[in-house]
Design a protein around this ligand. Structure first.
Ligand code: HEC
Length: 129
């Protein structure tokens, strides 16, 4: 393989791995945009994010979700979060999460990696989540 092609292949492979896994440290910085309305361990304008992965949409007890979110049938995982966060109002029409979303796939991957890591962290979310 010519050196240039080899470099291109390596760059592509590295890019794909990064996009698939996401960088939780970068995601933590992107989460600042969410923190206007959300916290990990308690409800604010938006519901808490601890326990998010594997949870049904609209399932935090006592949080005043929109009927649209409760009826969405979504279960939150890497794939559904990626879709929702790209365009919240399009994926769940009628949601009260009036936020345009995170258009960049790379940023979404980083953000989701952070949400997964935080959800598993006893320091952030306790052992019960
Ligand atoms: C302007 C305030 C606001 C911002 C900013 C915001 N959210 Fe939300 N979010 C909400 C509200 C309100 C809801 C509840 C929506 C509903 O019931 O329709 C919600 C719901 C959600 C849900 C569904 C949770 C569940 O329990 O079903 C997820 C996931 C979510 N937000 C992720 C994010 C992420 C990640 C960001 C940052 C990129 C973000 N949100 C930014 C207000 C916000």
């Amino acid at each position: 393989m010519a050196p240039a092609a080899l470099v291109a292949a390596l760059v592509l492979a590295a890019g794909a791995a990064t996009a698939a896994q996401g960088d939780a440290a970068r995601g933590e910085q992107i989460y600042a945009r969410c923190a206007a309305c959300h916290a990990l361990a308690y409800d604010r304008v938006g519901p808490r994010h601890c326990g998010l992965i594997g949870r049904r949409a609209g399932a935090v007890a006592g949080f005043p979700y929109s009927p649209a979110m409760k009826a969405s049938g979504i279960v939150w995982n890497v794939g559904t979060l990626d879709r929702f966060l790209a365009a919240p109002l399009r994926v769940v029409p009628g949601t009260t999460m009036t936020y345009a979303g995170v258009p960049e796939a790379r940023e979404r991957a980083d953000l989701i990696a952070y949400l997964v890591r935080a959800g598993r962290s006893p320091a952030e979310c306790g052992s019960g989540q």
